[in-house]
Design a protein. Sequence first.
Length: 392
Amino acid sequence: MGRVFALSLALLRLLLLVTTATAEDDADLDVSIDSLLTTVPPAAVGSQGSCQQGQRCVQKYLCTNDSTSGAGLIDIRFSESNPCVDYLLQCCYEEDIIAELPSASTVEPPNVDHPVCGKRNTIGIGFRITGANNSESEYGEFPWMVAVFRQVHVLDQVVNVYLCGGSLIHPGVVLTAVHCVQHQAPDQLRIRAGEWDTQTENEIHPYQDRQVVEIVAHPDFHKGGLFNDIALIVLEAPVVLSEVVQTVCLPPPNERFDLQRCFVSGWGKDVFGKTGAYQAILKKIDLPIVPHSECQATLRLIRSQPRFTLHDSFVCAGGEVGKDACQGDGGSPLVCPIQGSNEFYHQVGIVSWGVGCGGGIPGLYADVSLFRHWIDQEMQNRVLDTSSYSVS
Ligand code: 4AZ
């Protein structure tokens, strides 16, 4: 048994190395073992752990007796005193376990006075987190956020290799960057909606995985300079919308957003290069939109290329030290508030590339607004409704 296991592990490692090399070639991604999405929860719900007699580990929101620390707060820091190991679980007496999910988990009916797309859940869904010292987002805060991964079969196991971020613009369509998916076969790609912490399955709602039937890459994508880095992923079946799975709005064509403060979210690395680690809990970074001319001037200086021309298909954001997207965030959405609202957001950019991470140089994003006509056309070609992302 031991030898078979060791052999399987060796084969798994080998395969991961192979996929790593391909992913790096494809998307300049540094995919490693910590970029795998879990398929098995670290602590089984209902396992005894070393809870007291009459107790068992359950999700905190299913335990009525002081179920969370304070008013719906859950501390995301590792606690040695929690026998259930997973911070979303706690020891609970049988009689305190509620069978039903809290009412917060019921699906909200769309409010016709507001766009149904782009609603950011600023205070999270079901619980709020404390102990966040790493820009962690709240659970369900960016309900359009999607993980794009490649499913690999190793011996009897299915391994999910994280590729990129994406966003839901229709229950059956994900927006991402071409550089993430250009060499992928649709039948190997998967998308995951409703994900938050990739290392646990004890969130309130289960995530939803979908297969992919088509990848629609922008015809003018230019690999060398990553111009027009925008793609649509058409899903085999639509995801089920809920309070933690919603579409994002898209801005009208050719709108400008200079100096607005926006958010980029993603599971990408904290630091550029080999020392950087992929993030378990979805992160959010607030940053400003940098005017095109200013961004070009900065890149000319940094790259010592006085004639460098920043392609029109990019919008820049960031430029503040320590606040940036990074490797693994490719394809993830940059969203800005709609007309001064702090509740509804539209997607202004798609993470494309940058010079390092967090060093005060703006990051480059595909300018979604410029591609609004292209997106609408590709949707209409497939008889898909554009109202899922339109602000009326
Ligand atoms: C990347 O490799 C990447 N700091 C994305 C964004 C940035 C840098 C690198 C911006 O996917």
